[in-house]
Design a binder for this molecule. Structure first.
Ligand SMILES: C[S@@+](CC[C@H](N)C(=O)[O-])C[C@H]1O[C@@H](n2cnc3c(N)ncnc32)[C@H](O)[C@@H]1O
Length: 215
């Protein structure tokens, strides 16, 4: 409690080292805790606003099964549950045990009846699952970079395969540094999927939102 009060006067920052994500910073500011890396916000700051903006573009009314690739501090889970009143299943995948520990201890994100947290590489997970999801959120970063394998057609083939009919894909990327998503756009077009791209969301990010419409 005393830390929360001090955070209204000075930001309090704690650093945690991770093999996968480098130095992670937990900053308490004005009573709220944010998760950052050296060059970007991971959770509860602008990232949470970008994903909320993205969620407002999709229809979750019939959704029962959501996949989130990239846990961070789990801010999008709080948005989905609280702001969108979603009570269905959420599976979250992250390959960093340090992140999973932070999400639990600092932000109270744990496994429950409707939430499954899986420690795995996202590429391996999507390759090996047969589940169908009404929404897949791809929010995979190492600091301010998207791992190259996430941009490969093989990954997107699996993503599309696991998206339910009339389901959605939200892909959070960056305008700066520039992320080339043209090959992904080509793949989506070839497969007949509708998509939109929103640029400079929160002044920095580029978000691709696709819909697997029934034909
Ligand atoms: C921006 S954070 C996710 C934020 C989160 N969606 C939220 O709402 O708070 C990006 C996450 O991607 C994870 N990540 C990066 N590459 C990954 C991979 N290949 N497989 C699984 N997780 C990965 C990182 O460990 C990090 O936790």
């Amino acid at each position: 409690m005393i830390k929360k009060i001090i955070s209204f006067i000075y930001p309090l920052t704690r650093k945690i080292e991770s093999v996968h994500n480098g130095i992670l910073e937990l900053t308490q500011l004005n009573g709220k805790v944010y998760l950052d890396t050296a060059n970007t916000n991971y959770s509860y700051g602008s990232l949470q606003k970008i994903l909320k903006f993205s969620l407002l573009q999709v229809d979750l009314s019939k959704a029962k099964n959501i996949l989130v690739l990239g846990l961070g501090g789990g801010s999008v889970l709080k948005t989905i549950r609280k702001d969108f009143n979603y009570a269905g299943n959420i599976t979250v995948v992250d390959f960093d045990p340090v992140i999973i520990d932070i999400a639990e201890k600092e932000f109270g994100i744990t496994n429950d009846e409707k939430t499954t947290i899986i420690c795995s590489d996202a590429v391996d997970f999507i390759r090996n699952t047969n589940e169908s999801f009404n929404l897949i959120i791809i929010d995979l970063f190492i600091d301010n970079e998207i791992p190259k394998k996430i941009l490969l057609p093989e990954f997107w083939k699996e993503i599309i395969k696991n998206t339910a009919l009339d389901g959605y894909i939200i892909f959070n990327t960056l305008c700066k540094p520039f992320t080339d998503i043209k090959p992904i756009e080509d793949k989506l077009r070839k497969r007949g999927l509708d998509y939109k791209i929103f640029r400079y969301v929160e002044n920095t990010n580029k978000v691709l939102i696709a819909n697997c419409k029934p034909h």
